[in-house]
Design a protein around this ligand. Structure first.
Ligand code: FES
Ligand code: FES
Length: 167
């Protein structure tokens, strides 16, 4: 039996060396070792997007990544986006639009959309948002309110922060 090994990685700006057992995923160690439970375990098979985090700045499904493969990577979870202006706008617009019902999908949606906003030169339209969220499943809302909220948040982000382009 292979023993757990410590892996060094940065999570939300903090250097951590959690133990990772054989087969343990990034989601496993975030939730059980780092006690960051904002990343949700929905399908655990890479389908629902509830576990989405940023890995070296790009949205990724943490349930599909072996923890051992994350050594040296920079991980940002929904908790690490507390001060992020894009995430703040998304939270506000999603709450206002009724886009949060059970809320289980919401962290993954916000993390994924933050990645979209950071890489967008223009505010994403509804089609772009729908395409981007193709791997994020919501069982409650029917997506309309989520897409509307994301489009509004994107417009506000551009208006209030001209330097968003290219970020
Ligand atoms: S829990 Fe990772 S994609 Fe569903
Ligand atoms: S709000 Fe319940 S799954 Fe999306």
């Amino acid at each position: 039996m292979t023993a757990a090994v410590a892996i060094a990685l940065a999570v939300n700006g903090e250097a951590l060396s959690p133990l990772a057992g054989p087969g343990e995923t990034l989601l496993d160690i975030l939730r059980s070792r780092a006690e960051l439970t904002g990343s949700k375990r929905g399908c655990n098979t890479g389908v629902c997007g509830a576990c989405t985090v940023l890995v070296d700045g790009k949205a990724a499904r943490s349930c599909l990544m072996l923890a051992a493969d994350c050594a040296g990577r920079e991980i940002v979870t929904i908790e690490g986006l507390d001060g992020d202006p894009h995430a703040a706008l998304l939270r506000e617009e999603m709450a206002g639009a009724g886009a949060v019902q059970c809320g289980y999908c919401t962290p993954g949606m916000i993390v994924a959309l933050t990645d979209l906003f950071r890489g967008s030169a223009e505010p994403p339209d509804a089609g772009a948002v729908r395409h981007w969220l193709g791997g994020n499943i919501c069982r409650c809302t029917g997506y309309v309110s989520i897409v509307e909220a994301a489009v509004k948040a994107g417009r506000r982000a551009v208006g209030s922060e001209p330097g968003m382009a290219g970020r």
